[in-house]
Structures are given as structure tokens and as C-alpha cells.
Write a protein that binds this ligand. Structure first.
Ligand SMILES: [Cu+2]
Length: 504
């Protein structure tokens, strides 16, 4: 026997039963969404829901202990793997010692379950409290990460893999790699090193803000006398921050993760760039792989051995590893020599030490892969209803980043109507690239500079310095949705806005 409870009813009863308290959506829900009812078993009380737990953990980086965040699934592992017919139905429990919120990057839940605080539906989850999430999943290689303050820099991120029937039929060994950049410095100190301590959360220039702790003495004062800021003046750096290490599944190449290959050596790599300020070149060495999905969405296979991966993006790559081979899967920081990665190795094959520096600096990441990608399931052909030009601007000094010339705190919402086919032309007027992420929707890349294409379905696209990328999507998920650069520092400095539409 099952009975029907509305999701709001579930939230209400969960709040009544759970000691920790569950925060229901606060604002305007009825005006924007009409959540479906869902069947649940009467015996399944809210407190018995499987738990995802945000907590602190210790890892070792460059021989030193580091305290970072993590997201632990019910079986104790990091991250989550679900089959596509499973709903995302979890109690997200915060045991991290501070407030947080977790965004389901790549999923398209109802707007009040997106795991962000800025749109006003959800408040932060205080330490010891929890929120319940319940939505239909979108298959693919996705991830979940903090959307609160600068916690993403402290590794509050984990894979979120939804395996489709086709995935299960592929008969390949699945290997998920979460890339990150790491610093022993407090993220607030890193942010102040960029802003000189003058910029608060999302582009505000006066306290209070969530980064309103005073800047370290070494970083305060006139911006032009600040050596950290001065080093960034007058040029167009590829990288925002010099990190202490680059990680693949929490490890450096001093002690990389070694995966022993099986089943004839066919591997499906699920690569996730969870770095907060670093884009990578994925390097398969002598071996050719086949890109089969971008941001979790299937594409016509593209062969190659070197692929760009911007912050927030994912790539699925199919590999056939020759018998007895050892294959490092490396990620090289754009513009630099630093490497991270994992090793795929045949059973028993000896593993040699891998250098942490490539012989040569990598070029900036670019659209060389994007222009080859073609969606297997593109948007249905349809005439666009509205076309928007979106300008991306900013400078390193002063450290200020905007969308349509406005930081988040002074944004003008981008309004549209439910059901419209929307074209957005993203024009980058700045000298840095931006990885632009749209929440709650899957868009198609339909233009690179002046060239039209039926490109990949994505949620995060690279817009190179001074470049133009055009995307198309259907406004089919009502609500308020964030649209921002996935460079955490650019976003924190204000490079974020909001798309808004209601039921017609
Ligand atoms: Cu950016």
C-alpha cells in the first residue's frame, strides 16, 4: 500500500518529526511552481530517508595534513551514484560545523530545490540541520558542490553520477575523476589577495558580507601598493590564483589513485572539473579516447588524446587500454606546467613515478573540442522567441567582474516567458575566459563566434577571452535561476545574475 503525499506535505511532516529541523522553501513558491505529488511508502518516515552528509575530513597534500569538507553518501563513500530510474530523494545533513547549501550541478530540479540561497527559496542549512530533496534525476556525469561563500575552494564537492540504461549496457569499467585545485591558505585570504580586501560577497563594496572578515594585514592598503595585486596588473592572466596543489580524487601525482583495469581494458572515464579557479587540458598521452558525453549529455563520438575542460564542466571519455598497458590520465593546468591525474593500469603492471610538471606550458584552453561536438539529442527544431545579448566584463585590477555591466548585488534580472525558446549570445569583453553556468536548464551550444552549429547540450560553456558563444534553451522550468561564471573568484566578485520567469 502506498499513499500520496505532496512534496510540501513531506517537507512539513519531515520538519515536524526530525529533531534537526528541516527548512521548507520560504518565498513565493506557489506563484512559480506547481510541484507534483509523489508516492511514498507509509513506512518511509522522513527521518529514515537516506542521508547525504556534509562534514569535515582530513586529507594529506604535499606531505601535510589538510582539513577540507566532503559530501558522504549513505554507504560512507564520497559522492553518489544512482540509476536513472531512481529519484533523488535524500536528507542532506549538515555536520560541517558551519552553515552551508549544496547545489546539484547538472540536475534540473524544481527551482526551490536547486541548492542555492541567492534566489530566496532556501536559506542556508545551519550546522546540525538538514534539508530534504526530492526530484527526478537527469542522467549523466554531474556533481554536487557548496554554493555558499567560498566553501567550494575547501573541497566541498563530490561526484553525482546518474547511470542511464545505455550506460549500464556499455559494459565498460567506470572511473570517476574529480579534479580540484588546492591551497593551504584560507579561501577568504585568497579572495582578499585578489580584491585588496575591498570587495565583499558578490560584488558588494561595503560590509556586512559573508567575506567581511578583515583582510590579513599583509594584503590591506592601497591596491597599487599590494604586491599580490600588483603581480596581476597590466596583463591578462590565465589563472586567478596560484594554488599549492592540483588534485585528482583528493590526491596529487606524488601518490596518485591507481585503478587496475578489467574486462578487456575498456574504461569509461567520467571527468569532472571541480576546481574553483583552474581549467585543465586532459591528456591521454599516446592513446586516443572517444568523447561520448559533455556535461553528462551524449554527443556523437569525437576521437582525440587532448581535451580542454573548463571549471564546472564534465567529459565522458571511452578508452580501450591495450593489454598490459599503464596509462596515466593527466590534467594539465592551462598556461602552466603543473599536472595532476590518476593512473589506469593493467593488473600487475608496475607503476613508475610520474612527474608533477609537464615539459612545456599548456596553452589556454579553447573551443577546439566544442566546435567538433554535436548533440545526440539536440533541442527540437523551433523558431526562437527571444534573443538576448549578454556581456561579460571585468578586470583583475581592480578585481571586478560583471554580467551586463552589473555585479550580482546590483543586477537587473533577465526576464523571459514560460515556454519560450531563448537564444543568449554571450559576449566576452574581458581578457579572461569565463565558464558560464546556467542553473536548472540544459542549453545547446548553437554558435561559436560567427559560426552556427548543432553543438553539445551543456550546462556550462567556456566563453574565451574576447570571444562570443551563443546558446539556446527552452524556458521550461519556471522560477528564478542563477547564471554565473564558474570561476569561484569571479562569481564571488559579482559575476552572477538571475533568469526569471513564471507560469504564463
Ligand atoms: Cu569568469
Amino acid at each position: 500500500m502506498s499513499r500520496l503525499l505532496s512534496r510540501r506535505g513531506l517537507l512539513a511532516s519531515a520538519a515536524a518529526v526530525c529533531a534537526g529541523g528541516i527548512l521548507a522553501p520560504r518565498l513565493g513558491l506557489g506563484q512559480l511552481t506547481d510541484p507534483p505529488s509523489l508516492p511514498i511508502e507509509p513506512s518511509l518516515g522522513p527521518c529514515t530517508l537516506p542521508k547525504l552528509t556534509v562534514e569535515r575530513r582530513m586529507i594529506e597534500v604535499n606531505g601535510k595534513a589538510a582539513s577540507v569538507f566532503g559530501i558522504t553518501s549513505p554507504d560512507g563513500s564520497s559522492g553518489l551514484v544512482l540509476d536513472a530510474d531512481q529519484r533523488f530523494l535524500f536528507e542532506l545533513v549538515n555536520r560541517s560545523g558551519e552553515a552551508t547549501i549544496v547545489h546539484w550541478h547538472g540536475q534540473t530540479p524544481p527551482t526551490d530545490q536547486d541548492g542555492v540561497v541567492e534566489t530566496g527559496y532556501e536559506g542556508p542549512i545551519e550546522d546540525g540541520e538538514s534539508h530534504v530533496y526530492d526530484f527526478a534525476t537527469r542522467p549523466g556525469t554531474h556533481w554536487m558542490h557548496s554554493h555558499f561563500g567560498l566553501q567550494e575552494q575547501s573541497l566541498l564537492a563530490a561526484p553525482l553520477i546518474i547511470r542511464s540504461r545505455e550506460d549500464l549496457a556499455l559494459d565498460a569499467q567506470e572511473v570517476t575523476v574529480l579534479l580540484h585545485d588546492f591551497s593551504f591558505k584560507d579561501p577568504t585570504e585568497l579572495f582578499h589577495s585578489l580584491t585588496g580586501g575591498t570587495v565583499m560577497a558578490h560584488g558588494a563594496t561595503s560590509p556586512p558580507g559573508i567575506f567581511s572578515r578583515p583582510a590579513p594585514a599583509s594584503l590591506t592598503g592601497n591596491l597599487t601598493s599590494n604586491p599580490a595585486a600588483l603581480a596581476l596588473c597590466g596583463n591578462a592572466p590565465l589563472n586567478t590564483i596560484d594554488y599549492d596543489a592540483y588534485l585528482a580524487n583528493d590526491r596529487t601525482l606524488d601518490d596518485p589513485l591507481v585503478i587496475r583495469t578489467e574486462r578487456g581494458g575498456r574504461v569509461r572515464l567520467r571527468l569532472i572539473n571541480g576546481a574553483s579557479g583552474t581549467s585543465f587540458w586532459i591528456d591521454l598521452g599516446m592513446l586516443q579516447g572517444e568523447v561520448i558525453a559533455a556535461d553528462g549529455n551524449p554527443v556523437k563520438p569525437v576521437k582525440g588524446s587532448r581535451f580542454p575542460l573548463a571549471q564546472g564542466q564534465r567529459l565522458d571519455i571511452l578508452l580501450d587500454i591495450p593489454a598490459g598497458a599503464v596509462l596515466p590520465v593527466l590534467a594539465q593546468r592551462e598556461g602552466e606546467r603543473e599536472l595532476t591525474g590518476i593512473v589506469l593500469a593493467a593488473p600487475g603492471a608496475p607503476i613508475a613515478k610520474i612527474d608533477k610538471l609537464a615539459n612545456e606550458k599548456a596553452p589556454p584552453i579553447d573551443l577546439s573540442l566544442e566546435e567538433k561536438l554535436e548533440a545526440l539529442a539536440p533541442l527540437p527544431a523551433r523558431k526562437p522567441n527571444t534573443r538576448r545579448e549578454i556581456s561579460l566584463s571585468g578586470t583583475m585590477t581592480p578585481f571586478a567582474w560583471t554580467i551586463n555591466e552589473r555585479a550580482w548585488v546590483e543586477r537587473k534580472d533577465i526576464r523571459m516567458q514560460h515556454g519560450q525558446r531563448v537564444i543568449m549570445e554571450l559576449r566576452n569583453n574581458s581578457l579572461m575566459a569565463h565558464a558560464m553556468h546556467l542553473h536548472g536548464h540544459c542549453f545547446q551550444v548553437v554558435g561559436l563566434e560567427d559560426k552556427s552549429l548543432s553543438g553539445a547540450m551543456r550546462d556550462t560553456v567556456l566563453v574565451p577571452a574576447l570571444g562570443t558563444v551563443t546558446i539556446a534553451f527552452d524556458a521550461d522550468n519556471v522560477g528564478r535561476w542563477l547564471f554565473h561564471c564558474h570561476n569561484l573568484w569571479h562569481m564571488a566578485a559579482g559575476m552572477m545574475t538571475q533568469l526569471v520567469y513564471k507560469y504564463a
